[in-house]
Design a protein around this ligand. Structure first.
Ligand code: CTP
Length: 395
């Protein structure tokens, strides 16, 4: 219930994607938000206000001139109640109206009257979306700090294929949640490189050695940094997680691929956070053909480059370097040794034997140690909270 106490005023405008806004209402309610819906007349041609009323459990505002249910001027009371206004789906028409200061219905008038942030999810035919007038209107609004959720590419209701399909319901809910939970962009102007996930070290065309890293911690850091306004490069081994849409995403396979990607991009970054679980060893040779079974097998391994150590040698003291340390014993001693030997500013240490701190889970228990030896042990926390505690230390 992370959105408990927050009010989302949802402006629904007339497009075929209106029905998807019902799932957005339902998803926001599940997160604890109070959702108040307002609709344009055209939106009501697609889905009746009664349906939105039932799902939001609030009256739906459509007309500026209907008998008020309570004594209040509805567009003003909605504008004041909103912690955020979300326009889902947004037609070219409503974007044009807002960009040009036109307020002639419940949705456009409420947007005009609010001081809350406004987030807009366009959905329309590709040619409309590419129309220079619409592009200009979107730019005008972006320059005024209106937030946008980019549409997807795909098959559109009109039968065309292209950009203009309403972003997925999950993306929309996530973007509204992030806009509400991260109103302050305190990392604006920072460029952060995050590594995440495992590396894979092949020994024939079929097989590789790897580790259990899911990438969740690194992806949580990348996402939180983006929400706080940073520019993010995410260098990731293979995971099952979708990268955050606004990250500059570089997919890698082996430790040596990760080394190359990190070294190529590190110079341009202010902060480097190495959450990846890099394989320390790789098979000495990679067979061109599948290795056939033939009794016992011995795999000869050779060392991989230590990426963080190389970063410490090149950038220590010049850039903020943050490492991770995963142990099963002597956590603080081992972490302190890695902090010093790799020339880091901080190290985030966790013992994977602790329940809630292992691979693949959504929580972690970490101790953050800085280069002066100061230690801060956080209680069992979500990986998102741990990510924010790490990012709080970036100046
Ligand atoms: N790391 C790295 N390159 C490697 C190995 C580790 O950049 N080849 C980074 C990890 O991303 C992490 C930190 O170094 O931020 C510590 O990783 P960890 O696996 O805990 O320690 P190692 O240095 O590999 O030492 P050991 O395996 O002996 O514990």
């Amino acid at each position: 219930m992370v959105l408990k106490g927050k009010t989302v005023v949802l402006g629904v405008t007339g497009g075929i994607a209106v029905y998807k806004a019902l799932d957005v209402v339902s998803g926001l309610k599940k997160l604890g938000a109070d959702v108040k819906v307002m609709m344009t007349k055209s939106a009501t041609e697609f889905v009746s206000p009664i349906t939105f009323q039932a799902i939001s459990q609030n009256p739906v505002a459509v007309s500026m001139f209907e008998e008020p249910k309570a004594w209040e001027i509805q567009h003003i009371s909605l504008a004041k109640a909103a912690d955020i206004i979300a326009i889902i789906p947004a037609t070219a028409n409503i974007i044009g109206k807002i960009a040009n200061g036109i307020a002639d219905d419940m949705v456009s008038t409420t947007v005009m009257a609010t001081t809350a942030p406004v987030i807009i999810a366009p959905a329309m035919n590709t040619n409309m979306y590419k129309n220079p007038i619409l592009c200009r209107n979107i730019k005008t609004l972006k320059d005024l700090d209106y937030l946008f959720i980019n549409p997807d590419c795909g098959r559109l209701a009109c039968g065309d294929t292209g950009e203009g399909k309403l972003a997925s319901v999950d993306t929309i809910i996530d973007e509204i949640r992030n806009a509400l939970l991260y109103p302050v962009k305190d990392l604006k102007g920072k460029k952060i490189l995050v590594t995440a996930g495992p590396t894979q070290e092949a020994f024939d065309p079929v097989r590789y050695i790897t580790n259990h890293s899911s990438g969740k911690m690194g992806y949580a850091i990348a996402k939180a940094a983006l929400c706080r306004g940073a520019e993010v490069i995410l260098v990731s081994g293979k995971t099952n997680i979708l990268p955050p849409p606004n990250a500059n995403f570089i997919s890698v396979t082996s430790a040596r691929d990760m080394y190359d990607a990190v070294m190529e991009n590190a110079e341009s970054c202010d902060v480097i956070i190495k959450a990846a679980a890099v394989a320390d060893y790789r098979p000495e040779t990679i067979s061109d053909e599948k290795i056939k079974k033939n009794g016992n097998m011995t795999l000869s391994l050779t060392s991989n480059p230590d990426i963080l150590k190389s970063l410490g040698e090149k950038f220590g003291g010049r850039k903020t370097l943050i490492g991770f340390c995963m142990e099963t014993q002597d956590l603080i001693e081992n972490a302190t040794h890695k902090l010093k030997s790799k020339n880091l500013d901080f190290i985030v240490a966790n013992n994977i034997k602790n329940e809630g701190a292992g691979f693949g889970v959504d929580t972690n228990i970490v101790t953050i140690i800085d280069k002066n030896g100061e230690k801060n042990t956080l209680p069992l926390s979500s990986k998102e909270d741990v990510a924010n505690k790490i990012l709080d230390r970036i100046k």
